[in-house]
Design a protein around this ligand. Structure first.
Ligand SMILES: [Mg+2]
Length: 126
């Protein structure tokens, strides 16, 4: 059974790229173009891990993380946050809201898969 990754990314080119990387790494991907859409996908279909872009319209990655952590059904969901900005303040804000790890764009495609595997092992115990 493939593990399911919830992806929230507003940049279509990047969304397609990350989807491809995750699928190649053996994950099933549910992709939404903003935090609200991703939230609806999560509620409708569930997920084992989440990769959330920080900067998105409608509902950004920080707000989505806060919503996930505030909901008993999803509060243990491993979250990897993505951002183009390397500002320390943003990364700290992400951790404050409950993100488990951070990756700054652009990143090596193998690095994304490797970091997700770590989260999977550490949090999901596999
Ligand atoms: Mg964005």
């Amino acid at each position: 059974m493939k593990r399911k990754v919830l992806l929230a990314e507003d940049d279509p080119v990047f969304r397609d790229l990350v989807t491809e990387i995750l699928q190649e790494a053996g994950y099933e991907v549910l992709a939404g173009e903003n935090g609200q859409e991703a939230w609806e996908l999560l509620v409708a279909k569930g997920a084992d891990l989440a990769v959330l872009d920080l900067n998105m319209p409608i509902l950004d990655g920080l707000e989505l993380t806060k919503r996930i952590r505030g909901d008993d059904r999803y509060k243990e969901l491993p979250i990897l946050m993505l951002t183009v900005r390397a500002f320390v303040e943003e990364q700290i804000a992400g951790y404050d809201r409950g993100a488990d790890d951070y990756l700054t764009k652009p990143f090596d495609r193998k690095m994304l898969a490797a970091r997700l595997k770590v989260l999977e092992r550490r949090i999901l115990g596999k």
